[in-house]
Design a protein around this ligand. Structure first.
Ligand SMILES: NC(=O)c1ccc[n+]([C@@H]2O[C@H](COP(=O)([O-])OP(=O)(O)OC[C@H]3O[C@@H](n4cnc5c(N)ncnc54)[C@H](O)[C@@H]3O)[C@@H](O)[C@H]2O)c1
Length: 335
């Protein structure tokens, strides 16, 4: 198995998750780690750097994984692409659309692989929902309703995630981006947007704790989203109403299990009521107790580099699409 000489830039929570997934995969030789906070490099035996530029200059690399604060993502991604390195970067793809377009421009001039961590596409419930929609069994998706909410912790307002210079936005950019990306993936391209962006509880922060959006595609499909940091019990729910049935995604498997168990329920319309009562149908529910999402993402990155396979999930085009939506939601949502 070819082993790719790889560095991880940013060794916080996500850097460590990516480190473990790459070790498990076996196709990566982790030859350098970088973090501006030396404490996050303790207990690793790999060569460590405090400065990402020095890391890229002094290490012979084929690929990098970027897990820093959002503000640094574009500089690191663009410079790595210019050096001919393959890049896997965390979401969001920068702080704003301009950052994402800058990375797109660098990517167009490069033959390297570029992939972003739209990790939720690899959750089992989402994989099953996509397969079911594509099968045509329950018809076309006509509308979607999504809630993705977390409880901000006591230190919430002081987190880097709510420092706009480092993050670029609030809960919508941090977490809601996943739900928006899934809506684009499972429903379509949204062209009309109405929104409301607010601080309903966490006042006096530069960022929102709630973003509401109602979006419509050119085909007339409608989706509504509530992304928030005031859902004191963590919640991930996505309903997809189709012409011949429905799909409900409830819960999301995470390390803490705080979003509950991950389930995908679906029902194929049977108005004659042969399989259950009208309005109270017999449903199929799939429960998932494993999360292979990190492994599948790293696998796709590896296959793209080594076998020349196309990136399907987390492309720069998907990144641009979702960042355009976020820009519009912010632009029209503020009071
Ligand atoms: N894909 C997902 O589901 C998912 C989940 C959580 C976070 N993320 C994303 O991952 C990224 C990191 O988030 P996190 O939760 O790991 O945060 P974190 O605070 O735990 O880690 C970020 C790390 O980056 C380091 N860092 C910051 N600037 C740096 C720089 N210029 N050079 C080197 N290191 C630098 C920090 O010291 C810190 O150790 C963010 O972009 C976040 O949005 C993605």
């Amino acid at each position: 198995m070819k082993r790719l000489r790889t560095a991880i830039i940013g060794m916080g929570k996500m850097g460590k998750i990516r480190y473990d997934a790459m070790k498990k995969h076996g196709g990566f030789d982790i030859v350098a780690l970088c973090d501006t906070n030396r404490h996050n490099l303790e207990n690793f035996t790999e060569p460590c750097f405090l400065d990402w530029k020095q890391c890229l200059e002094e290490t012979e690399l084929e690929a990098i994984i970027v897990c820093t604060y959002n503000a640094y993502i574009p500089d690191i991604v663009c410079e790595a692409l210019e050096k001919g390195l393959h890049v896997f970067s965390e979401k969001p793809p920068g702080r704003n659309l301009a950052d994402t377009l800058r990375m797109q421009s660098s990517s167009e001039k490069s033959s390297s692989v570029l992939k972003f961590g739209f990790n939720h596409r690899y959750h089992n419930s989402v994989i099953e929902a996509k397969a079911l929609i594509d099968s045509g069994l329950i018809g076309e998706v006509v509308c979607a309703r999504g809630v993705y909410g977390k409880a901000g912790n006591p230190n919430f307002s002081a987190e880097w995630r709510n420092d706009t210079a480092l993050s670029g936005g609030g809960i919508l950019l941090d977490q809601g981006i996943h739900m928006l990306d899934l809506m684009c993936y499972l429903v379509g391209d949204f062209t009309k947007i109405k929104s409301h962006v607010d601080q309903l509880v966490w006042k006096n922060m530069p960022t929102e704790d709630s973003a509401f959006a109602i979006m419509e595609t050119d085909k007339g499909q409608v989706a509504s989203l509530h992304s928030n940091a005031i859902q004191w019990k963590h919640k991930f729910d996505l309903d997809l109403i189709c012409t011949n049935g429905y799909i409900a995604l409830n819960g999301l498997l995470t390390a803490t299990r705080s979003y509950g168990e991950e389930r995908m329920t679906y029902y194929r319309k049977d108005l004659a009521g042969k399989t259950g009562k009208l309005g109270k149908p017999l449903e199929h529910t799939l429960c998932f107790n494993t999360d292979e999402s990190w492994d599948l993402e790293i696998e796709e990155f590896y296959e793209a580099i080594v076998k020349g396979m196309p990136i399907k999930q987390g492309t720069i085009e998907q990144a641009v699409t979702v960042m355009k939506l976020i820009q519009t939601i912010y632009q029209y949502g503020e009071q």
